[in-house]
Design a protein around this ligand. Structure first.
Ligand SMILES: Nc1nc2c(ncn2[C@@H]2O[C@@H]3COP(=O)(O)O[C@H]4[C@@H](O)[C@H](n5cnc6c(=O)[nH]c(N)nc65)O[C@@H]4COP(=O)(O)O[C@H]3[C@H]2O)c(=O)[nH]1
Length: 807
């Protein structure tokens, strides 16, 4: 019933509810009322029956005692006064009927015997009253009152109640019909408003509030809901507008794809990047525009987006109609509604072509040498690392070559940097052309190149390549109208034989290259265990030099320089000695290069300079040496370029009190040729102090005449290697003679080094060499020995002899 009621309209529901409520209420109250009425009437009747019975029974006592049946009957007939009494019967003590009364209307006869009366079940109100005499029963009175009146009365009530019930229900229906409008109309209005809103999507209208009851509250709630929707709509519109503006102005292409993978929306920038002015392409068409090299990765990323709902970010190329391509960065992620249902995919693309170009350019700069286009040190090391790994995996072999151009510095300095650049480019081309395509040629420094030869089967193969490289570079290169012959020194190391560590391999190749240089340049050398030993020795020497400085294991010796005209001592060259407590005497050739490399030479050189000046100054002051004599101190390359050199010289001069012109600094030709311009500048500063400069080991450093002319040099020392083969090597003799002549033209004093024989002395004197230094005259001497030598030499000179001739 409740279900069928719920299907009814609100109006009907109200009427039915009013009807049921009213009907039920009245029915229950009337039933209660009738029941009460029935109960009270019954009580009255029973009370009346009791009173009647007691009165008549007391009156009947005397009549029955005297068997006065007429009196009995008269007494009994007083019941006539009450019409509801149906009959009254009096029985004697032996239960025989003594008197009887029966109503005229519906009277019932009294039975003759009392027991018959007791046996009958009667519906009327009945009661027996004993007739007592002195407390002893002498008879029995029976009175019966009809139910009829009571039933009649109840019937009347019932009818009345039903009439009231019917009238009330009708009234309820009438009123419910009339009043339902109070509830239903506002509801209907609300419904109409809602319908209007639904149809017109107009959330600005409001429902009218008529009452301040619950319906009024409902209308308020409804209206505030409308306000919220309206505000949310407004903010949605604003944000939509913002989104529209942003996408229109965005430098980024924006696109939306629906759940079925159809392009739904793209902004103007997206169209511009793709060059698609009008219709939207399908996703398949879009994929067709992707560069074939990027298609696979893009498809994989897209599948991840679709299948795993994973955000993607990747860079790819789009091919344009003119076959050029645009680099784009693509970002995309899945779009869900608030319930987590997939709406589609939202993505952004940006044109990163310029960025890519810059990146590629930067990569080129980072990994390639801009001049030659070869791989640079970084890329080379990277490839070397990879190659080593592959060698370890495959069990093959590989060779690393380290090439250093032999005279690049000189060419660069004489012909200019542009010529140097041309030379480097040509050398690069020749190197690249000589090796196989999968070998890597790189330029790792100014004139340093490395070559990685992969897949080497025999060492002989590497040897062939090295020879080919030397041959390829042997052909002259024409630069600025001159034929330049350039050579290289090549160091070779093999992996895995020599090492599988990249840094060690580089060091090995470098060492081997130095060995090649030492062995006269324009050749190649394989790295060997001996070299390794020399590295180890180098390392231990480095440690021991520190101790030697602290424990004062260094000492000085002085080798006299003799005038080849009168055999007088013109000066001495200071040479350092290291007396090692365990290893004995260590020659400077072994430890000076190490100290030079580690920088320890600065401290050692400083000590040598100071000690030389102190000791020789004392000889000059004591007139053992003339004050025209010079003490020549060797300056290494590092010392020469040390910024504190000049300050150091000045302070030594001041401390030792040596006249500046008595000090001579020997600088090797190769040191001066490293950076000609700054060398000239430093030399000029030295000269300003008044200190002389000698160029040492002349003939080994490939200096050009053009430079020698500009160098403010006082003394030129012809290297021992030229002197030692005199008179056997005619070439060396010619060179020595030419050098002496040239130096004299430049007003330099020439000192020949390593003079050991009379023949050499003779040749040098013939060619007007100014001074000589060598074992022929004296070995390097301690200060005491020098003192002695000087005295002896002077003595002999005065006798017309000279030391060299005596030996
Ligand atoms: N075979 C032969 N050798 C001769 C003869 N006359 C001299 N010598 C040696 O030739 C070297 C000459 O010195 P250097 O060319 O300046 O060459 C020097 C110099 O470059 C460097 N050196 C020595 N002492 C110092 C120093 O105090 N400072 C610096 N920076 N280098 C030094 O070590 C190099 C070697 O020095 P040392 O072993 O003392 O070797 C000395 C000397 O003992 C000769 O007739 N025959």
């Amino acid at each position: 019933m409740i279900r069928s009621l719920s299907m009814q309209s609100l109006r009907r529901k109200l009427v039915i509810i009013a009807m049921i409520t009213t009907g039920l209420t009245l029915l229950v109250s009337n039933l209660a009322f009738i029941s009460l009425e029935y109960y009270l009437s019954r009580q009255d009747t029973e009370k009346k029956l009791t009173v009647l019975g007691e009165v008549i029974a007391s009156r009947a006592t005397a009549a029955l005692t005297f068997s006065d049946f007429t009196l009995l009957s008269t007494n009994l007939h007083t019941l006539r006064a009450d019409t509801s009494v149906v009959r009254g019967c009096i029985y004697t003590e032996n239960q025989s009927l003594a008197a009887a009364y029966m109503s005229e209307e519906d009277g019932i006869e009294c039975p003759v015997r009392l027991p018959e009366l007791q046996r009958k079940q009667l519906h009327n109100f009945t009661q027996f009253f004993p007739i007592l005499l002195d407390g002893e029963p002498i008879g029995m009175l029976y009175i019966e009152i009809s139910h009829k009146d009571l039933l009649h009365r109840i019937n009347q009530f019932l009818i009345f109640s039903l009439i009231i019930l019917a009238a009330a229900v009708l009234l309820a229906i009438f009123l419910a019909n009339k009043l339902q409008g109070v509830v239903a109309r506002p509801m209907k209005d609300l419904g109409n408003t809602l319908r209007h809103i639904m149809l017109n999507k107009d959330y600005s209208i409001r429902a009218a509030k008529e009452n301040n009851d619950e319906l009024g509250d409902l209308v308020d709630l409804f209206n505030s809901l409308l306000l919220t929707i309206e505000e949310e709509n407004a903010s949605l519109k604003t944000s939509e507008e913002r989104f529209r503006k942003l996408t229109a102005l965005s430098p980024v292409g924006i696109f939306q794809v629906d759940g079925k993978q159809r392009l739904q929306y793209v902004n103007q920038r997206w169209r511009d990047i793709h060059g698609i002015p009008d219709e939207l392409p399908s996703l398949q068409d879009w994929f067709a525009r992707i560069h074939p090299d990027d298609l696979n990765t893009t498809q994989q990323a897209w599948n991840r987006l679709i299948c795993e709902q994973e955000s993607i970010a990747l860079e790819l190329r789009l091919v344009r109609r003119d076959h050029s391509h645009t680099w784009i960065q693509l970002l995309a992620s899945a779009l869900h509604d608030r319930n987590g249902e997939l709406l589609g995919y939202l993505g952004a693309i940006s044109d990163i072509s310029e960025l890519k170009a810059a990146q590629i350019q930067m990569e080129n700069l980072a990994f390639y040498d801009p001049l030659t286009g070869l791989a640079n040190r970084r890329l080379f090391k990277n490839r070397l690392e990879k190659a080593v790994k592959s060698v370890l995996r495959s069990g093959s072999s590989m060779a690393l070559m380290f090439l250093d151009m032999d005279q690049f510095k000189r060419i660069n300095d004489t012909l200019g940097h542009d010529a140097g650049d041309i030379l480097l480019k040509e050398v690069s081309n020749r190197l690249s052309a000589t090796v196989r395509e999968n070998d890597t040629v790189s330029r790792i420094g100014g004139d340093e190149f490395t070559i990685l030869l992969t897949d080497v089967h025999h060492t002989a193969d590497v040897l062939v390549v090295a020879e080919k490289l030397l041959l390829a570079l042997a052909k002259p290169i024409r630069i600025k109208g001159q034929d330049i012959v350039t050579t290289v020194s090549i160091g070779i190391t093999l992996t895995p034989d020599d090492s599988t560590d990249v840094n060690t391999l580089m060091k090995n190749a470098d060492l081997a290259m130095y060995r090649a240089k030492e062995l006269g340049r324009n050749n190649f050398q394989f790295f060997s265990e001996d070299m390794n030993q020399s590295i180890l020795e180098h390392l231990s020497l480095e440690k021991e030099i520190n101790e030697a400085i602290n424990r004062e294991q260094f000492s000085l010796v002085f080798q006299p320089k003799i005038s080849l005209f009168d055999y007088s001592v013109t000066g001495v060259e200071t040479l350092i000695r290291w007396q090692h407590p365990e290893k004995g005497m260590i020659t400077p050739d072994r430890f000076i290069p190490v100290a030079e490399e580690t920088g320890q030479i600065i401290e050692i050189g400083s000590w040598v300079l100071e000690q030389s000046c102190r000791q020789i100054s004392s000889l000059i002051r004591s007139n053992v040496l003339p004050n025209t004599a010079k003490v020549a101190v060797n300056l290494s390359a590092r010392q020469f370029t040390d910024p504190s050199l000049l300050a150091r010289i000045n302070s030594v001069i001041e401390i030792s009190q040596i006249p500046p012109h008595c000090l001579e600094l020997e600088i090797t030709e190769s040191t001066l040729m490293k950076d000609v311009e700054s060398a000239i500048q430093i030399m000029q500063e030295i000269k300003k102090i008044g200190v002389a400069i000698a160029i040492d080991d002349f003939g080994t450093g490939y200096s050009s005449l053009a430079y020698i002319k500009r160098f403010p040099i006082d003394v030129l020392k012809v290297d021992r290697s030229f002197v030692m083969d005199i008179p056997d090597d005619k070439n060396d003799m010619a060179i020595t003679a030419a050098v002496i002549a040239m130096a004299h033209k430049l007003s330099m004093t020439v000192v020949a080094e390593g003079v050991e024989t009379q023949e050499q002395l003779h040749f040098l004197r013939q060619n007007n060499c100014d001074e000589g230094q060598g074992y022929l005259f004296s070995r390097p001497l301690s200060l005491g020995q020098l003192h002695q030598f000087l005295n002896e030499n002077e003595r002999m000179r005065k006798q017309g002899n000279h030391i060299g001739l005596l030996q």
